[in-house]
Design a protein. Structure first.
Length: 302
């Protein structure tokens, strides 16, 4: 099986994409995901073309295909509510798409948004209208709508909702889906029977529309609608079920991205400072759970 595995990595002003590639390589990854700036605000540094070229050379040298690299749009973009920030969200998404194109990437993961009391149908309509404004026949970036946990008034916790959005977009060939295992679990999809989940996705949307998968454990029981990620194998989903998702033959060649939380100096420490990805990816590649991997992470980074 062609295992394409990576994690969320940083994108800092000084090194930009070069730093992202180096971080991914330090974790033993052959893909990665990044934000082009802080996910919670609009601050964005100008893309340095020289750093971008250097990063692509480094990816080529290390057999990382840019097609498999994922960019994530900031959380502050909400297309589901057409209130005072609606025009800003559309404008900012257009700017992000331009940045993704300039960086030479193809996929931009987007949270569909929250309708904030408008109702699911109007929320979906707002998302469709925004995407129809943003996407043109010349857009070279694919928007990947992320499956959501259904927290609050989130749109996209059901495959049928994502299907309605895709069907309403004029250039629907430029819209795909990013699954998230934590979100699926919290939305009520049974990861222990993932083949059935894929069958439902195939029937409603089509597996040809699945661009990538976020691989996260969940701190919550199935159907909780809470969206709290946990480290690989220690949450309510569990190691074997997540491994079954990663190595499912129907998902061969699809990038899998870890967004599991950083860990603290001890289990009760709320400050998260150590990235877990190097050790989680080792377990994934070895297909064996290491009960002491959290302590190994702490020892490694001290």
């Amino acid at each position: 099986m062609d295992l394409i595995i990576g994690s969320h990595v940083s994108f800092k002003n000084k090194e930009q994409l070069v730093g992202s590639v180096r971080e991914a390589l330090s974790y033993g990854e052959n893909t990665f995901m990044f934000y082009t700036g802080a996910p919670q605000n609009t601050s964005r540094a100008e893309i340095d073309d020289n750093l971008t070229r250097e990063a692509h050379e480094l990816m080529k040298k290390n057999n990382i295909n840019p097609v498999n690299v994922i960019v994530h749009a900031p959380y502050i973009i909400n297309l589901a509510n057409n209130g005072t920030n609606y025009d800003f969200a559309i404008k900012f998404l257009k700017e992000e798409i331009n940045r993704v194109q300039k960086l030479g990437m193809k996929y931009l993961v987007l949270h569909p948004g929250s309708h904030v009391g408008l109702g699911i149908n109007l929320g979906i309509e707002n998302i469709i209208n925004a995407l129809n404004f943003v996407l043109t026949k010349d857009t070279n970036v694919i928007i990947c709508l992320e499956t959501m946990a259904g927290k609050g008034s989130e749109v996209g916790s059901k495959f049928t909702e994502l299907k309605k959005i895709i069907d309403g977009v004029i250039f629907s060939d430029k819209v795909m889906v990013c699954m998230d295992t934590c979100h699926l679990n919290d939305a009520g999809y049974d990861i222990s029977n993932f083949d059935k989940v894929l069958e439902e996705f195939e029937e409603i949307i089509g597996l040809d529309k699945l661009a990538c998968i976020h691989i996260n454990d969940s701190k919550n029981e199935m159907g909780s609608h809470k969206d709290r990620h946990d480290n690989f194998g220690i949450g309510k989903i569990g190691f074997d079920k997540l491994l079954d998702v990663i190595y499912n033959e129907k998902l061969d060649g699809i990038p899998k991205i870890l967004e599991t939380p950083y860990i603290g100096v001890n289990d009760d420490d709320k400050e998260r400072i150590y990235p877990p990805y190097k050790f989680e990816i080792e377990m994934i590649k070895n297909k064996k759970f290491d009960e002491g991997f959290l302590d190994k992470i702490r020892t490694y980074y001290k």
